[in-house]
Design a binder for this molecule. Structure first.
Ligand code: GLU
Length: 497
């Protein structure tokens, strides 16, 4: 019978609160979330804050906000409360490791009693020297088991004297640790290559290894999905499970995320924080869709997936073994697809703050509906809105009047054409001032007057925008409105005179 038929699947996301939610962390959380949902299981969120030196103020809130924005809410563990502060839900708490120190100490004691671990009194200076010597000799660095030589009386004497110690795991020699990873397949490690890891630090805090194993066991996590960077920790964890006589969960290690040059995705080569993408106006649905495809694909041509669809089609067993390149252009494309999918009112609501940021002030008499409609089709992130339409918001355009003249045309005919155009455009009533009607009528007017399109439309567009490139003159006219458009055409005539 397959594993998932026997017990309820429980996955967990176990971030360390180091300041922001990394894109790679989001992908891990997404796969864990999807896998739990597919199997009607639970998705647990645990905070791994045992490395207090890396702690950043407000990091947990940030992380939870970013996850919530992305639509990934945990069923259990640390959640964002209504007051915007972290709160807990579930029967296996506390879900923050720094609040569980007694638990880890108790389990470490259990291993001490069974002689599976040992006290190590080596000073940081000695360990540093040992490491340097091994490095100079070109050897792999590892603890040399100096303190394993101490007999129980010596240990007791040192403890009585209050010497500082850590607790190390006594890694058995000459064994093979083997497991079948859902993604990577069969993985083998020799215990000879595994250092006697520290499980409890001198400040009484557990290391990641002990805390992670104890918590996964106590929280009944049976499917550990995490990034490939943790693969080398897994044999250490398996040895710990065995030492405690606990059953080992199923592991799935996800491929690394890479920069286009195949180096590990890093901040140096661009944004890696989910929050940065949110602030630039990427949509959560686009991010989820894009990130889901980093390391997995459905094996069909389909690229656009909602979270619900992903829950139906995602297959953890088909996650790729090798690294996935984070391609920013592709992400932009996904985002533009999702921006186009929004209905105009929704788009206006979310894009307006970005527009207000990009331009000095939004004049009330402009037809912003048209502007939003045009920009919705053009931009790939909300922060781009209005960037190429700055001319709309300028009171008086500055440009070289010679640029109003189309190719082989000249000042005199350009002037005449613009004057004829003004006469034509003054006839409009307000309701007719739409890009569509303007286009139909102006093209007809040009033909009736026996003129060439370029000789009228170029100076019209340039007079309205002062730019070499822009949306069509009809669209620009609609956004500007009749009065402003006529004013700009008038100003062009003045410049030409
Ligand atoms: N706390 C680790 C991290 O920050 C979690 C590793 C794991 O999932 O076991 O990514």
């Amino acid at each position: 019978m397959p594993f998932f038929k026997k017990q309820k699947i429980r996955t967990r996301f176990a971030p360390s609160p180091t300041g922001f939610l990394h894109i790679g962390g989001l992908r891990t959380a997404l796969y864990e979330y999807i896998f739990a949902k597919q199997n009607k299981g639970d998705f647990v969120l645990r905070i791994e804050d045992t490395d207090q030196t890396r702690e950043v103020e407000g990091a947990v809130e940030n992380l939870l906000k970013a996850l919530k924005w992305a639509g990934l809410t945990a069923d259990e563990g640390i959640l964002l409360g209504n007051d915007g502060k972290p709160s807990e839900r579930g029967n296996f708490g506390p879900y923050t490791q720094s609040k569980r120190l007694k638990i880890y100490q108790k389990y470490a004691q259990e291993l001490i009693n069974q002689d599976k671990v040992y006290y190590c009194f080596c000073t940081p200076a000695r360990l540093e020297e040992l490491k340097n010597n091994q490095q100079t000799a070109g050897q792999p660095t590892h603890y040399d088991r100096e303190c394993l030589k101490l007999n129980s009386d010596e240990v007791k004497a040192k403890l009585d004297m209050g010497e500082r110690y850590v607790i190390r795991f006594k890694v058995p020699e000459g064994q093979e640790v083997k497991f079948v990873d859902t993604v990577k397949g069969e993985i083998k490690f020799s215990t000879n290559d595994i250092d006697d890891q520290i499980i409890l630090k001198s400040d009484g805090f557990p290391t990641y290894h002990l805390a992670s194993v104890v918590d996964d066991y106590l929280m009944k996590i049976n499917y550990v999905i995490r990034g490939e960077e943790w693969l080398s920790s897994t044999p250490k964890h398996i040895l710990l499970y065995q030492a405690f006589n606990w059953s080992v969960p199923q592991f799935a290690h996800l491929p690394l995320l890479l920069n286009p040059d195949k180096s590990k995705l890093s901040k140096r080569q661009g944004d890696v924080a989910v929050e940065d993408y949110r602030d630039q106006g990427y949509l959560p649905e686009a991010l989820i869709n894009f990130v889901a495809l980093l390391g997995w694909n459905p094996g069909t041509e389909q690229e656009i997936f909602s979270l619900e669809e992903l829950i139906k089609v995602f297959d953890l067993k088909k996650v790729h073994k090798s690294g996935a390149v984070f391609n920013r252009e592709k992400f932009d494309w996904f985002n533009s697809v999702y921006i186009k999918k929004l209905d105009l009112d929704e788009f206006k609501k979310i894009a307006r703050p970005y527009l207000e940021k990009n331009i000095a002030h939004v004049q009330p008499d402009l037809n912003l509906d048209k502007l939003f409609a045009i920009e919705q089709q053009r931009i790939s992130k909300l922060s781009e809105i209005g960037e190429e339409l700055k001319f709309i918001f300028i009171d008086k355009l500055e440009y070289d009047h010679k640029k109003l003249i189309w190719k082989k045309s000249d000042t005199v005919s350009t002037l005449k054409n613009l004057e004829l155009l003004i006469i034509e455009l003054e006839k409009y009533s307000k309701g007719d001032w739409t890009a569509e009607i303007l286009e139909k009528n102006i093209i007809k007017f040009i033909a009736d007057a026996g003129l060439q399109n370029g000789d009228v439309l170029w100076p019209m567009r340039f007079a309205l925008t002062g730019e070499e490139k822009s949306p069509t003159p009809f669209e620009v006219a609609e956004i500007l409105g009749q009065e402003k458009s006529l004013a700009r055409l008038g100003e062009a005539i003045e410049k030409l005179k």
